[in-house]
Write a protein that binds this ligand. Sequence first.
Ligand code: F6R
Length: 260
Amino acid sequence: MEVVIKDTYEEISAAAAQMVAAHVRNKADAVLGLATGSSPLGLYKELIRMHRDEGLDFSKVTTFNLDEYVGLTPDHDQSYHYFMYENLFKHVNVSPGKTHVPAGTSDDYLAFCQWYEDKIEQAGGIDIQVLGIGSDGHIAFNEPGSSLASRTRVKTLAEQTIEDNARFFAKKEDVPIYSVTMGVGTIIEADTCILLANGEGKADAIAAAVEGPVSSSCTASALQLHPDTIFFIDEAAAGKLKMKDYYKWIQDKKPGAPVG
Ligand code: F6R
Protein backbone atom coordinates (compact mmCIF):
# COMPACT_ATOMS: atom_id res chain seq x y z
CA MET A 1 0.00 0.00 0.00
CA GLU A 2 1.32 3.41 -0.96
CA VAL A 3 0.08 6.78 0.25
CA VAL A 4 0.86 9.68 -2.08
CA ILE A 5 0.10 13.07 -0.56
CA LYS A 6 0.06 16.17 -2.78
CA ASP A 7 -0.80 19.80 -2.09
CA THR A 8 -3.72 20.12 -4.49
CA TYR A 9 -6.55 18.19 -6.11
CA GLU A 10 -5.04 18.98 -9.54
CA GLU A 11 -1.80 17.27 -8.51
CA ILE A 12 -3.47 14.09 -7.25
CA SER A 13 -5.61 13.97 -10.39
CA ALA A 14 -2.55 14.34 -12.64
CA ALA A 15 -0.56 11.68 -10.75
CA ALA A 16 -3.48 9.20 -10.87
CA ALA A 17 -4.04 9.93 -14.57
CA GLN A 18 -0.38 9.14 -15.28
CA MET A 19 -0.90 5.70 -13.72
CA VAL A 20 -4.04 4.94 -15.70
CA ALA A 21 -2.41 6.21 -18.92
CA ALA A 22 0.67 4.03 -18.28
CA HIS A 23 -1.59 0.97 -18.10
CA VAL A 24 -3.27 1.89 -21.39
CA ARG A 25 0.08 2.56 -23.11
CA ASN A 26 1.56 -0.73 -21.88
CA LYS A 27 -1.51 -2.78 -22.77
CA ALA A 28 -3.72 -1.40 -25.54
CA ASP A 29 -6.60 -3.68 -24.50
CA ALA A 30 -6.36 -2.81 -20.80
CA VAL A 31 -9.43 -3.37 -18.63
CA LEU A 32 -10.19 -0.27 -16.55
CA GLY A 33 -12.43 -0.19 -13.50
CA LEU A 34 -14.04 3.23 -13.20
CA ALA A 35 -15.76 5.28 -10.50
CA THR A 36 -18.16 8.22 -10.60
CA GLY A 37 -18.60 11.13 -8.19
CA SER A 38 -16.55 14.28 -7.67
CA SER A 39 -13.24 12.61 -6.82
CA PRO A 40 -12.26 11.19 -10.26
CA LEU A 41 -13.43 14.22 -12.31
CA GLY A 42 -9.95 15.76 -12.48
CA LEU A 43 -8.45 12.39 -13.46
CA TYR A 44 -10.98 12.04 -16.31
CA LYS A 45 -10.26 15.61 -17.48
CA GLU A 46 -6.57 14.77 -17.63
CA LEU A 47 -7.20 11.51 -19.56
CA ILE A 48 -9.31 13.49 -22.05
CA ARG A 49 -6.44 15.98 -22.43
CA MET A 50 -3.96 13.13 -22.98
CA HIS A 51 -6.25 11.61 -25.61
CA ARG A 52 -6.55 14.97 -27.40
CA ASP A 53 -2.97 16.22 -27.10
CA GLU A 54 -0.92 13.03 -26.84
CA GLY A 55 -3.05 10.55 -28.79
CA LEU A 56 -3.76 8.30 -25.78
CA ASP A 57 -5.72 5.54 -27.49
CA PHE A 58 -8.78 4.00 -25.82
CA SER A 59 -10.03 2.11 -28.89
CA LYS A 60 -9.19 -1.35 -27.51
CA VAL A 61 -9.84 -0.56 -23.86
CA THR A 62 -12.68 -2.22 -21.93
CA THR A 63 -14.26 -0.48 -18.93
CA PHE A 64 -16.37 -1.61 -15.99
CA ASN A 65 -17.97 0.89 -13.64
CA LEU A 66 -18.39 0.24 -9.95
CA ASP A 67 -22.03 1.05 -9.43
CA GLU A 68 -25.36 2.53 -10.46
CA TYR A 69 -28.45 3.79 -8.64
CA VAL A 70 -31.42 1.40 -8.71
CA GLY A 71 -34.33 3.00 -10.52
CA LEU A 72 -32.38 5.41 -12.74
CA THR A 73 -32.33 4.76 -16.49
CA PRO A 74 -29.20 5.64 -18.50
CA ASP A 75 -30.75 8.89 -19.77
CA HIS A 76 -31.42 10.21 -16.22
CA ASP A 77 -29.01 13.09 -15.65
CA GLN A 78 -27.98 11.71 -12.23
CA SER A 79 -27.45 8.16 -13.42
CA TYR A 80 -23.90 6.91 -13.48
CA HIS A 81 -24.36 5.89 -17.13
CA TYR A 82 -25.04 9.53 -17.94
CA PHE A 83 -22.15 10.71 -15.75
CA MET A 84 -19.66 8.45 -17.52
CA TYR A 85 -20.86 9.45 -20.98
CA GLU A 86 -20.73 13.18 -20.18
CA ASN A 87 -17.45 13.17 -18.23
CA LEU A 88 -15.34 10.65 -20.12
CA PHE A 89 -16.77 8.35 -22.78
CA LYS A 90 -18.00 10.97 -25.25
CA HIS A 91 -14.62 12.76 -25.17
CA VAL A 92 -12.35 9.77 -25.95
CA ASN A 93 -12.32 7.00 -28.58
CA VAL A 94 -13.54 4.20 -26.30
CA SER A 95 -15.78 1.77 -28.14
CA PRO A 96 -19.36 2.00 -26.76
CA GLY A 97 -19.64 -1.82 -26.89
CA LYS A 98 -16.68 -2.12 -24.54
CA THR A 99 -18.02 0.11 -21.75
CA HIS A 100 -20.02 -1.45 -18.92
CA VAL A 101 -21.98 0.29 -16.19
CA PRO A 102 -24.26 -1.76 -13.91
CA ALA A 103 -27.94 -1.61 -14.88
CA GLY A 104 -30.10 0.64 -12.71
CA THR A 105 -33.25 -1.11 -13.89
CA SER A 106 -33.68 -4.86 -14.32
CA ASP A 107 -36.34 -7.55 -14.12
CA ASP A 108 -33.86 -9.80 -12.38
CA TYR A 109 -31.11 -8.05 -10.42
CA LEU A 110 -29.62 -11.31 -9.16
CA ALA A 111 -29.13 -12.57 -12.72
CA PHE A 112 -27.80 -9.19 -13.82
CA CYS A 113 -25.22 -9.09 -11.01
CA GLN A 114 -23.98 -12.58 -11.90
CA TRP A 115 -23.80 -11.54 -15.58
CA TYR A 116 -21.70 -8.49 -14.59
CA GLU A 117 -19.31 -10.63 -12.56
CA ASP A 118 -19.02 -13.07 -15.49
CA LYS A 119 -18.30 -10.23 -17.94
CA ILE A 120 -15.44 -8.99 -15.76
CA GLU A 121 -14.00 -12.50 -15.61
CA GLN A 122 -14.39 -13.04 -19.37
CA ALA A 123 -12.54 -9.76 -19.96
CA GLY A 124 -9.62 -11.22 -18.01
CA GLY A 125 -10.24 -9.24 -14.82
CA ILE A 126 -9.65 -5.56 -14.09
CA ASP A 127 -6.11 -4.27 -14.61
CA ILE A 128 -6.53 -1.00 -12.73
CA GLN A 129 -9.49 0.06 -10.61
CA VAL A 130 -10.20 3.74 -9.91
CA LEU A 131 -11.92 4.39 -6.57
CA GLY A 132 -13.27 7.26 -4.49
CA ILE A 133 -14.17 6.94 -0.82
CA GLY A 134 -17.40 7.89 0.95
CA SER A 135 -17.30 9.95 4.13
CA ASP A 136 -18.43 6.72 5.87
CA GLY A 137 -15.45 4.84 4.40
CA HIS A 138 -17.32 3.06 1.61
CA ILE A 139 -15.77 2.00 -1.70
CA ALA A 140 -18.26 1.71 -4.54
CA PHE A 141 -21.54 1.47 -2.58
CA ASN A 142 -20.19 -1.04 -0.07
CA GLU A 143 -21.57 0.68 2.98
CA PRO A 144 -20.40 -0.05 6.56
CA GLY A 145 -21.21 -3.66 7.43
CA SER A 146 -20.75 -4.94 3.88
CA SER A 147 -18.86 -8.20 3.76
CA LEU A 148 -15.27 -7.75 2.70
CA ALA A 149 -15.82 -10.83 0.50
CA SER A 150 -18.96 -9.40 -1.17
CA ARG A 151 -19.62 -9.61 -4.91
CA THR A 152 -21.76 -7.49 -7.25
CA ARG A 153 -25.24 -7.15 -5.74
CA VAL A 154 -28.03 -4.78 -4.74
CA LYS A 155 -27.10 -2.72 -1.72
CA THR A 156 -29.07 -0.28 0.43
CA LEU A 157 -27.40 3.13 0.71
CA ALA A 158 -26.56 4.43 4.18
CA GLU A 159 -28.36 7.59 5.31
CA GLN A 160 -24.97 9.37 5.38
CA THR A 161 -24.41 8.55 1.70
CA ILE A 162 -27.91 9.75 0.78
CA GLU A 163 -27.16 13.00 2.59
CA ASP A 164 -23.72 13.35 0.93
CA ASN A 165 -25.16 12.73 -2.55
CA ALA A 166 -28.24 14.93 -2.11
CA ARG A 167 -26.14 17.81 -3.48
CA PHE A 168 -26.51 16.32 -6.97
CA PHE A 169 -30.32 16.05 -6.81
CA ALA A 170 -33.08 18.67 -6.58
CA LYS A 171 -33.98 17.37 -3.12
CA LYS A 172 -32.81 14.68 -0.69
CA GLU A 173 -35.97 12.62 -1.27
CA ASP A 174 -34.93 12.19 -4.93
CA VAL A 175 -31.74 10.29 -4.03
CA PRO A 176 -32.31 6.58 -4.72
CA ILE A 177 -32.15 4.33 -1.66
CA TYR A 178 -30.70 1.26 -3.43
CA SER A 179 -27.79 0.66 -5.76
CA VAL A 180 -26.23 -2.11 -7.82
CA THR A 181 -22.59 -2.23 -6.79
CA MET A 182 -19.49 -4.31 -7.28
CA GLY A 183 -18.60 -6.01 -4.02
CA VAL A 184 -15.46 -5.46 -1.97
CA GLY A 185 -14.34 -8.94 -3.03
CA THR A 186 -14.86 -8.00 -6.68
CA ILE A 187 -12.90 -4.76 -6.29
CA ILE A 188 -9.87 -6.20 -4.56
CA GLU A 189 -9.39 -8.75 -7.35
CA ALA A 190 -8.22 -5.90 -9.60
CA ASP A 191 -4.46 -6.06 -10.25
CA THR A 192 -3.99 -2.45 -9.13
CA CYS A 193 -6.32 -0.18 -7.14
CA ILE A 194 -5.99 3.59 -6.98
CA LEU A 195 -8.11 5.63 -4.60
CA LEU A 196 -8.51 9.40 -4.86
CA ALA A 197 -9.65 11.61 -1.99
CA ASN A 198 -9.56 15.33 -1.42
CA GLY A 199 -10.87 17.77 1.15
CA GLU A 200 -11.16 17.61 4.93
CA GLY A 201 -14.55 15.91 4.67
CA LYS A 202 -12.64 12.76 3.71
CA ALA A 203 -9.96 12.98 6.44
CA ASP A 204 -11.68 10.64 8.95
CA ALA A 205 -12.50 8.06 6.26
CA ILE A 206 -8.92 8.12 4.94
CA ALA A 207 -7.47 7.72 8.45
CA ALA A 208 -9.76 4.73 9.08
CA ALA A 209 -9.02 3.18 5.68
CA VAL A 210 -5.24 3.56 5.84
CA GLU A 211 -4.43 3.31 9.56
CA GLY A 212 -7.50 1.75 11.15
CA PRO A 213 -8.16 -1.96 11.56
CA VAL A 214 -9.28 -3.95 8.51
CA SER A 215 -12.99 -3.95 9.20
CA SER A 216 -16.32 -4.00 7.43
CA SER A 217 -17.09 -0.82 9.41
CA CYS A 218 -14.86 0.96 6.85
CA THR A 219 -14.91 -1.11 3.68
CA ALA A 220 -12.03 0.87 2.14
CA SER A 221 -9.80 -0.66 4.84
CA ALA A 222 -9.96 -3.94 2.85
CA LEU A 223 -7.45 -2.27 0.52
CA GLN A 224 -4.81 -2.86 3.22
CA LEU A 225 -4.97 -6.52 2.15
CA HIS A 226 -4.44 -5.66 -1.51
CA PRO A 227 -0.83 -6.01 -2.73
CA ASP A 228 -0.88 -3.04 -5.12
CA THR A 229 -3.01 -0.14 -3.89
CA ILE A 230 -2.12 3.53 -4.06
CA PHE A 231 -4.01 6.26 -2.21
CA PHE A 232 -3.71 9.64 -3.98
CA ILE A 233 -4.83 12.23 -1.43
CA ASP A 234 -4.47 15.95 -0.89
CA GLU A 235 -3.20 17.60 2.30
CA ALA A 236 -6.71 18.18 3.66
CA ALA A 237 -7.75 14.53 3.21
CA ALA A 238 -4.41 13.49 4.80
CA GLY A 239 -5.09 15.75 7.80
CA LYS A 240 -5.86 12.94 10.27
CA LEU A 241 -3.17 10.45 9.25
CA LYS A 242 -0.83 9.78 12.20
CA MET A 243 2.00 8.67 9.92
CA LYS A 244 1.67 11.44 7.33
CA ASP A 245 5.34 12.44 7.58
CA TYR A 246 6.40 8.82 7.20
CA TYR A 247 4.38 8.43 3.96
CA LYS A 248 6.03 11.59 2.62
CA TRP A 249 9.47 10.27 3.59
CA ILE A 250 8.78 7.00 1.70
CA GLN A 251 7.69 8.87 -1.44
CA ASP A 252 10.68 11.19 -1.19
CA LYS A 253 13.12 8.26 -1.05
CA LYS A 254 11.34 6.16 -3.69
CA PRO A 255 13.33 7.36 -6.73
CA GLY A 256 16.58 6.10 -5.16
CA ALA A 257 15.30 2.61 -4.34
CA PRO A 258 16.96 -0.30 -6.20
CA VAL A 259 14.79 -1.64 -9.02
CA GLY A 260 14.25 -5.35 -9.68
C1 F6R B 1 -18.98 6.16 -7.16
C2 F6R B 1 -18.57 5.41 -5.99
C3 F6R B 1 -18.58 6.02 -4.63
C4 F6R B 1 -17.83 7.36 -4.58
C5 F6R B 1 -17.84 7.93 -3.16
C6 F6R B 1 -17.18 9.29 -3.12
O1 F6R B 1 -18.92 5.35 -8.31
O2 F6R B 1 -18.25 4.28 -6.13
O3 F6R B 1 -17.98 5.13 -3.72
O4 F6R B 1 -16.52 7.16 -5.02
O5 F6R B 1 -19.15 8.04 -2.70
O6 F6R B 1 -17.92 10.20 -3.85
P1 F6R B 1 -17.33 11.64 -4.20
O7 F6R B 1 -16.14 11.40 -5.07
O8 F6R B 1 -18.43 12.33 -4.95
O9 F6R B 1 -16.97 12.26 -2.91
